[in-house]
Design a protein around this ligand. Structure first.
Ligand code: GLC
Length: 437
């Protein structure tokens, strides 16, 4: 474990601001220097969330900057390559897969001004905007932002409903592990292993867990197949990877509820968003709930994943989840399968699972991102003690190891990149609570 001086809240907050300052390039914040030099979809949402109670203007700029990458279909891409972030260095793109891989500019529905990827990520932007609206001190500025962004978010949700209900049961399927945000989670192992054998034609390994799991070529192959279809929604019916993930859909549902809260500010009717949330809730229960837990459904194999990971708790984000299910899920979360046997919240994979690995990204380490989501979910269900444990454990992690991408859940040591924007931003949100108390 790295030795760090114990930081009080003031010093921790100053460090968080300095990370967000250093990672700002042009109008947006990159997830981390070096490894992630562009704007990512859900990372941007977490930056917006963290700024919500401190700097409405910068939160708005961040969100609008991400929205510059949206496609005319409504799709919000998982990476936006802004011109202020040079993607070429010595005639080679610094990040792989970069703009020349995704070829968004070949698509008439993609924006002209920026290049983007062709995948998406969990639709967390409405949640983030609602957080801004709920907390902003400058009400006029926040209202103007809501009026501007609300229609873009409606289009984002409509696009998911129109193109991603590949199982026909009312959920959105991800068509690539990167779309989950939990890239190398063991939940994707079986669907990736079931892909046809590949020729070793794909290169450009990132220094990531996914390279170590041997799946990197499959990630690239899958993305290339979708790209080569022209990002055609009709093609997705035959795409070999299609999974209904409880975290992605839990976030979608919570974002529908957020849109319902925001609709009156934008002069719109909240009812369709409440109805959408109800449809997703019913589908989650119908399609992903089994033996006291939500599981990802592999649409190609036609079965639920046996692996239990942090994504299984995503539907807790639903404020309307029936209370007996909330109690069951919280029981598992607090048990030795997750928090009960870890020193720090929340392992990204069930500890007793054979795939659990305490030091590899989404295969075991704890993330501020998922801790924050679960803590807000706990709050929404009146589980104040759980929320307090999640907040205190998360603050202990960043105090001890810094704003790392993720952390060893047993000893709290940092893993992945340093100076990770989402970890810094969400810490600011946690600090806002302790200031308010
Ligand atoms: C990794 C993470 C993903 C994140 C991205 C940028 O791919 O798994 O959640 O969005 O990095 O930080």
């Amino acid at each position: 474990m790295e030795a760090r001086p114990a930081l009080d809240n003031g010093a921790l907050g100053r460090e968080a601001w300095s990370v967000l300052g250093a990672n700002r390039t042009g109008s947006c914040t990159v997830p981390a220097p070096g490894l992630y030099p562009h704007q990512w979809n859900w990372d941007a949402a977490f930056v917006v969330t963290g700024l919500a109670r401190w700097d409405t203007r910068r939160a708005g700029t961040e969100l609008l900057s991400l929205m510059e990458g949206r496609w005319s279909t409504g799709m919000v891409p998982h990476i936006v390559f802004h011109p202020s972030q040079p993607s070429r260095h010595s005639h080679a793109e610094t990040y792989f897969p970069g703009p020349s891989f995704w070829r968004s500019r070949d698509r008439p529905e993609a924006p002209n001004r920026v290049s983007t990827s062709g995948l998406t990520q969990p639709p967390s932007q409405a949640l983030a905007l609602w957080w801004v609206w709920r907390h902003a001190t400058d009400r006029d500025e926040a209202a103007a932002l809501v009026r501007l962004v609300y229609p873009m978010l409606v289009a984002q949700h409509d696009h998911l409903a129109a193109t991603r209900d590949l199982g026909g049961g009312g959920l959105a399927a991800i068509v690539h592990p990167w779309e989950s945000g939990m890239d190398d989670s063991p939940v994707w192992d079986a669907p990736l292993d079931a892909l046809p054998p590949l020729r070793p034609a794909y290169h450009g390994r990132e220094q990531r867990g996914e390279a170590q799991t041997g799946h990197h070529d499959r990630y690239v192959w899958l993305a290339a197949r979708y790209r080569d279809s022209g990002y055609d929604p009709a093609y997705l019916r035959d795409h070999p990877f299609a999974v209904e993930d409880p975290m992605f859909n839990g976030i979608w549902l919570a974002s529908c509820e957020a849109l319902a809260e925001l609709a009156p500010v934008a002069g719109a009717d909240p009812a369709p968003h409440r109805e959408a949330a109800e449809r997703i809730r019913a589908a989650l229960l119908d399609r992903l709930w089994l033996d006291g837990l939500f599981h990802a459904r592999d649409l190609r194999a036609g079965r639920l994943s046996p692996v239990c990971a942090v994504g299984s708790f995503g539907p807790l984000l639903d404020p309307g989840l029936p209370s007996d299910l909330v109690a069951t899920l919280v029981g598992v979360l607090e048990s030795p399968r997750f928090m009960g046997a870890a020193g720090y919240p929340v392992p990204s994979c069930e500890i007793r699972s054979p795939q659990f690995d305490r030091s590899r990204y989404w295969r075991g380490p704890s993330w501020v991102i998922t801790n924050w989501l679960l803590l807000r979910a706990a709050d929404a269900h009146g589980r104040t003690e759980l929320a307090r444990l999640l907040a205190a454990g998360t603050l202990r992690l960043v105090r001890q190891a810094g704003f790392r991408e993720c952390f060893d859940p047993f000893d709290g040591s940092g893993r992945g990149s340093r100076d990770f924007s989402a970890s810094a931003a969400l810490t600011l949100d946690l600090l806002a609570d302790s200031v308010a108390v």
